[in-house]
Write a protein that binds this ligand. Structure first.
Ligand code: F6P
Length: 501
């Protein structure tokens, strides 16, 4: 059997052909081998440098890194996260996983549904606004879901506040009336400084406004119910989720409460079913037929064979404007690692730096670098067939044409003797075309990114489910604020200058 280092050697020997030649050579065969349709989403890798030889080398790497074994561990509730000695069971939230974990997730979803029904029935008075407090994985997912799917039919005004900067909370206070506000405090650990400080300030705001029983307005979404109770949330208003669901993979659990409340339970259930459809594809499809693994082949080709340090994602759809932010945490917090599963130095590039924005805006701001800059940046375009408005069809046609033209221009380029006007071309892109932006397709799309991230981790031989890298900064911030750690002179001088200490 090929070892991982032999597979990497095969990739080093592999030479990229020109994109335009790859496409022109046998277009039908290329589309056949590099376009996949899963869950009403078309994933098009035809304009990447992936070819048969690269796929073979990548497949050798996947086998050497025991892709099938690690995937089985993931779905069977085995120890997928060895540094924290636990499973990674976000798929169980969607009904795909070990049967006892699925049963537990369903029971907790039922509890969430009961609470949604009680709120609807007026158990908390006349609620019009939901203030969701959380950060990182406890905020980015719910924010994305409500922003993408609740534009026309949200049953509540939802504000997601994450930043400890009081300006963020003040903005929400200015919009909401305290007597009509329900508060969801989302924190897996229920120990996150920013979230707890924001929650205290909300409690004070409700109290000062004369709301009767302000603590009674709080719901906790957490894997640590004891801490939530200690903080003052009544047990009946705690929506727990399993410790084995990672923070950045948690929007399917009670962390998704704002979506379930604002969009309605049926929409939330559809979201889960869309993700489950992608789970089943990822669990059952082999090799390059597996769209998540195929995407990871592309990622590794660019990151570790062609030296690309970043990957850019552009949503040509306002509804998906928060997707690049969401993906930054998913991809960079998961795979920004320096050691392999057995603790050895990784010795190659870990996660690419994910960045991006919204099209067409980004074309007029950052695309210059993509077309003519000296960096090679694989670009991902996401676009939907169905628009979200009833304005003149020219809007959607222009949007879609721009999206597709960018990929074509990046690939074709245009030669000119005048260097400033020369477009080198041969620049890769992937296009993801959704039939529509619905709960089902969005669930499938997010699950695709989760599994692609996992597949990248497998190819690299790393653990995508821990995040020890964020701890040192947290500890130091606490020490600096409390004055309990001696800092270097430069840091201390800066602190004195900033806070006049
Ligand atoms: O600091 C990083 C992190 O732990 C993320 O992984 C997580 O999503 C976020 O903080 C919030 O954590 P919690 O949900 O426990 O408040």
């Amino acid at each position: 059997m090929t070892t991982a280092s032999e597979a990497w050697k095969a990739l080093t020997a592999w030479q990229p052909q020109k994109l335009a030649d790859l496409v022109a050579h046998d277009p039908e065969a290329r589309l056949q081998s590099l376009v996949r349709n899963v869950a009403d989403i078309r994933f098009d890798f035809a304009k990447t440098h992936l070819d048969g030889a690269a796929i073979d080398a990548m497949q050798g790497l996947a086998t050497a890194q025991d892709f099938a074994g690690r995937r089985k561990t993931l779905f069977s509730g085995g120890i997928a996260n060895p540094t924290e000695d636990r499973a990674a069971e976000h798929s169980a939230e969607r009904g795909e996983g070990a049967s006892d974990s699925v049963r537990r997730a369903q029971a907790l979803h039922h509890r969430m549904r009961m609470l949604v029904d009680a709120i609807e029935a007026g158990a908390f008075g006349e609620i019009r606004h939901l203030l969701h407090i959380g950060i990182g994985g406890s905020a980015l997912g719910p924010d994305l879901l409500v922003d993408a799917l609740g534009r026309h039919n949200s049953r509540y005004d939802v504000a997601v506040v994450s930043n400890v900067d009081g300006a963020a909370l003040s903005e929400a206070f200015a919009k909401f009336s305290p007597e009509h506000t329900l508060v969801a405090v989302a924190s897996k650990t229920f120990t996150t400084t920013e979230t707890l400080l924001n929650a205290e300030s909300v409690l004070q705001w409700l109290d000062e406004a004369g709301v009767a029983d302000p603590a009674g307005r709080f719901i906790a979404l957490t894997a640590n119910p004891d801490k939530a109770m200690e903080w003052g949330v009544d047990e009946t208003r705690i929506l727990p989720f399993s410790e084995t669901v990672g923070g950045r993979y948690s929007l399917w659990s009670s962390i998704g409460f704002p979506a379930a409340l604002a969009l309605g339970w049926d929409a939330f259930a559809e979201l889960l079913e869309g993700a489950a459809e992608m789970d089943r594809h990822f669990r059952l499809a082999d090799g390059a037929d597996n769209v998540c693994l195929l995407a990871a082949f592309v990622d590794q080709l660019y990151a570790n064979r062609l030296g690309c340090q970043t990957r850019a994602v552009f949503a040509y759809d306002e509804r998906l404007r928060l997707l690049p932010d969401y993906l930054q945490q998913l991809e960079m917090e998961s795979n920004g690692k320096a050691v392999t599963l057995d603790g050895a130095p990784l010795g190659r590039a870990s996660a690419s730096i994910t960045w991006g924005g919204v099209g067409t805006d980004a074309q007029h701001a950052v695309f210059q670098l993509l077309h003519q800059g000296t960096h090679l940046t694989p670009v991902e375009f996401i676009v939907a067939r169905e628009p979200d408005h009833v304005l003149d069809a020219a809007h959607h046609e222009t949007l879609v044409a721009n999206c597709i033209a960018q990929g074509a221009a990046l690939m074709a380029g245009r030669a000119s003797d005048d260097g400033a006007r020369n477009y080198p071309g041969d620049r890769p892109s992937t296009t993801i075309l959704l039939d529509q932006v619905s709960p089902h397709t969005l669930g499938a799309l997010i699950a695709f990114y989760e599994h692609r991230t996992f597949a990248n981790a497998v190819l690299l031989g790393i653990n995508p489910f821990d995040q020890f890298g964020v701890e040192l900064g947290k500890e130091m911030a606490k020490g600096l604020a409390e004055g309990t750690i001696d800092f270097d002179q430069a840091t201390q001088a800066l602190m004195d200058a900033a806070l006049g200490g």
